[in-house]
Design a protein around this ligand. Structure first.
Ligand code: GDP
Length: 302
């Protein structure tokens, strides 16, 4: 199972530490909860989330009169899932337009795996029989256009591009026209990931979005933020900045295969209210999985 293999690092540390905890403490007492807190914080679950979880666990332990540590395993899993959904129903994975062009805008800082994710997602759509067009909207970083085109060629989809340094909004305009003319199902747009100047970032994203929206009312249908799971709190800071700059509809958490700190998934949803829609579990075309909190949490603690 790709999901399980890809998460082996997270599983190994998180799961084995939890198992040790359960084995070492026979009774559910203050010490037990303290160590549980530490394990979760080290796994990047996030301080506030951990505190809330432990409070709820304590109440649940009392309510169900759980005495031994074995009995608490499933309660922890259920509470983590509850915290993730926070009373909401799970969203549809993506806001896809039936029989019409769906536009997905990708945002994120350079190096987080944005281009790779666009390639992987294009591949998934293509496997589903959908016609895909890519828009090379990162006209700022040297090599970004070529890199996206390489992915496009690999997957077998067209990439719409202008020259380096050109106006990304003009690229988007052309890409929409081209996608329409080709009767494409999905247009996936790359954008520049410079964070040095928040005002510039905001302006550029706004302009790009305005062009897309003018051509297709209601678009972009998704704004997906790529975050690198291995960067921990840094990813959280980036998420906050992008949330201020534009209305992010979902997160793709990349490189989750490269970290033992998979708890960041829960922290992002809890602290920012943005759902994680996909996780990246490797560098290859097939290494992108839809995120499902229940499957994820129960995978960790099984
Ligand atoms: P961009 O600058 O955000 O477009 O980042 P790239 O797509 O170029 O990716 C940066 C590096 O991260 C590349 O070496 C990718 O192969 C690697 N990468 C991207 N996603 C993943 C992932 O899910 N897992 C792993 N292990 N590596 C990834």
């Amino acid at each position: 199972d790709k999901y399980k293999d890809g998460l082996s690092k997270t599983r190994n540390s998180f799961t084995s530490r939890l198992n040790d905890l359960v084995a070492n403490y026979r009774t559910v007492d203050e010490d037990f909860f303290e160590e549980l807190e530490e394990i979760m914080i080290q796994a990047d679950v996030g301080f506030d989330t951990v505190m809330e979880l432990v409070e709820e666990l304590k109440m649940e332990v009392k309510r169900q009169n759980i005495k031994d540590t074995e009995g608490i395993r499933s309660v922890i899993s259920q509470k983590l899932v509850d915290i993730y959904y926070d009373g909401e129903e799970p969203d549809e994975l993506l806001n896809m337009q039936e029989d019409d062009l769906t536009v997905i805008l990708f945002v994120g800082v350079n190096g987080v795996g944005k281009t790779t994710t666009i390639g992987k997602l294009a591949h998934q759509f293509k496997e589903d029989g959908k016609k895909v067009v890519l828009a090379a909207g990162d006209t700022f970083r040297a090599g970004a256009i070529e890199q996206l085109e390489v992915w496009g060629d690999r997957v077998g989809v067209d990439t719409i591009k202008h020259s380096e340094g050109s106006d990304p909004a003009a690229v988007m305009y052309d890409a929409v026209q081209s996608a329409r003319a080709k009767k494409a199902d999905v247009l996936i747009c790359d954008t520049a990931g410079r964070l040095q100047n928040k005002v510039n970032l905001m302006k550029e994203l706004e302009k790009v979005k305005r062009v897309i929206e003018r051509e297709i009312p209601g678009a972009p249908h998704e704004v997906l933020l790529a975050l690198d799971a291995t960067t921990g709190q840094n990813a959280m800071t980036q998420a906050k900045i992008f949330k201020e700059a534009t209305n992010v509809s979902g997160i793709v958490l990349t490189k989750l295969d490269g970290t033992a700190k998979g708890g960041i998934v829960l922290a992002i949803k809890k602290e920012l209210g943005i759902p994680v829609k996909f996780v990246g579990l490797g560098e290859k075309m097939d290494d992108l999985q839809p995120f499902n909190a229940e499957k994820y949490v129960y995978g960790l603690f099984s």
